[in-house]
Design a protein around this ligand. Structure first.
Ligand SMILES: [Cu+2]
Length: 157
């Protein structure tokens, strides 16, 4: 998947390693013929099962914020937000692939997959008070100007 969320996935994997080891041992020492899964085991729900780019929220929920991306700018429809869950919908109006990454307090850095010209992709994050950076992680686009910030402050004004 993407480079940035691999951090978290790895951290998660490390924490889950003993459990996985036990599960592997159980498989090895357990049964070679029985087909009945042991009660209490949860196939497919391994800790590494979901490395999707969702931090502190579930996919597709939250206040929608459209972020227009093109060569070479990132333009959120709003840049002043209050804490809460937001779904950033990146719309690529340019002529080359872009993607949207976000990082800030409580958000380690997550990003969408590459977005083809004319396409859209979204990430849902829970924002706390503070400053969040939004940028395009494709090639050198960030340095070319695809980099901006949104401010999150408690209490509306
Ligand atoms: Cu880009």
């Amino acid at each position: 998947m993407d480079r940035d969320s691999r951090h978290r996935a790895r951290r998660r994997a490390r924490r889950a390693a003993p459990a996985l080891l036990l599960a592997a041992l159980a498989l090895v020492t357990g049964c070679s013929s029985s087909s009945a899964p042991k009660a209490g085991s949860t196939p497919g729900s391994g800790a590494s099962g979901s490395a999707t780019a969702v931090a502190g929220g579930s996919a597709g929920t939250g206040t929608s914020i459209t972020v227009t991306e093109k060569e070479y700018s990132v333009t959120p429809e709003r840049t002043q937000l209050t804490p809460g869950t937001y779904t950033f919908v990146a719309a690529n109006t340019g002529t080359v692939e872009h993607a949207l990454a976000i990082a800030g307090p409580g958000v380690a850095a997550i990003q969408t997959d590459a977005i083809a010209p004319g396409g859209r992709a979204q990430v849902t994050v829970t924002l706390q008070a503070g400053s969040y950076e939004l940028w395009c992680p494709i090639d050198g686009h960030k340095a070319l100007g695809m980099d901006t910030h949104v401010q999150v402050a408690a209490g509306s004004s």
